[in-house]
Design a protein around this ligand. Structure first.
Ligand code: AMP
Length: 188
């Protein structure tokens, strides 16, 4: 299965991605996690990414696309993958289209996790106190939500027009949400 998980910061993408990866036996590929790993390892990519991440801005498409291209070429991703946090812009959608076309592959589905803004703000506040992420301060959080609305929310319509979109209610207990996702994918 080749899947994309879409949703605002705090929708539960990371949590669900890890569970779905196990259930579906595909690697969960989180661009946010890869950037954070590079930041803590002090790589050049990490240094480039950090300034954007700390401001709640997206890392430039060329940088992100190159990183995903390399990751998707790894052997564990040839038969399937679950992308968490990519694509996030129309230019990233185009790049993913090119990568898939070159591999003669197609996305099976784009799962949109829906949650209301109030719940997202609550979840982000909780994560900030638990995980101490440098991009989880209140101002930056608000900005991350704005950036999502402007740059990423339009991808929902785009994938819907392509007939790939599955909207899933992201509210509720973690296993319940996983169950809903597996059900819409026909794996429940
Ligand atoms: P996440 O953990 O998915 O919320 O990502 C954390 C941060 O990493 C984002 O706020 C961006 O700065 C950066 N990032 C992750 N994925 C992408 C992407 N697809 N495009 C650009 N920036 C990204």
């Amino acid at each position: 299965m080749r899947l994309v998980l879409l949703g605002p910061p705090g929708a539960g993408k990371g949590t669900q991605a890890a569970r779905l990866a196990t259930e579906l036996d595909v690697p969960a590929i989180s661009t946010g996690d890869i950037f954070r790993a590079n930041v803590s390892e002090g790589t050049e990519l990490g240094r480039t990414a950090q300034s954007y991440m700390d401001e709640g801005e997206y890392v430039p498409d060329e940088v992100t696309n190159a990183m995903v291209r390399e990751r998707l070429m790894a052997e564990d991703a040839t038969d399937g993958f679950l992308l968490d946090g990519y694509p996030r812009t129309p230019a990233q959608v185009e790049e993913l289209d090119r990568m898939l076309a070159a591999a003669g592959a197609e996305l099976d589905a784009v799962v949109q996790l829906t949650v209301d803004t109030e719940e997202v703000v609550k979840r982000l506040a909780q994560r900030a106190s638990e995980q101490h992420r440098s991009d989880d301060g209140e101002e930056v959080q608000r900005h991350r939500l704005e950036v999502y609305e402007k740059q990423t929310a339009p991808l929902v319509d785009l994938y819907d027009r392509r007939g790939k979109l599955c909207a899933v209610d992201g509210l509720g207990k973690v296993p319940e949400v996983t169950g809903r996702i597996l059900a819409v994918l026909g794996r429940g």
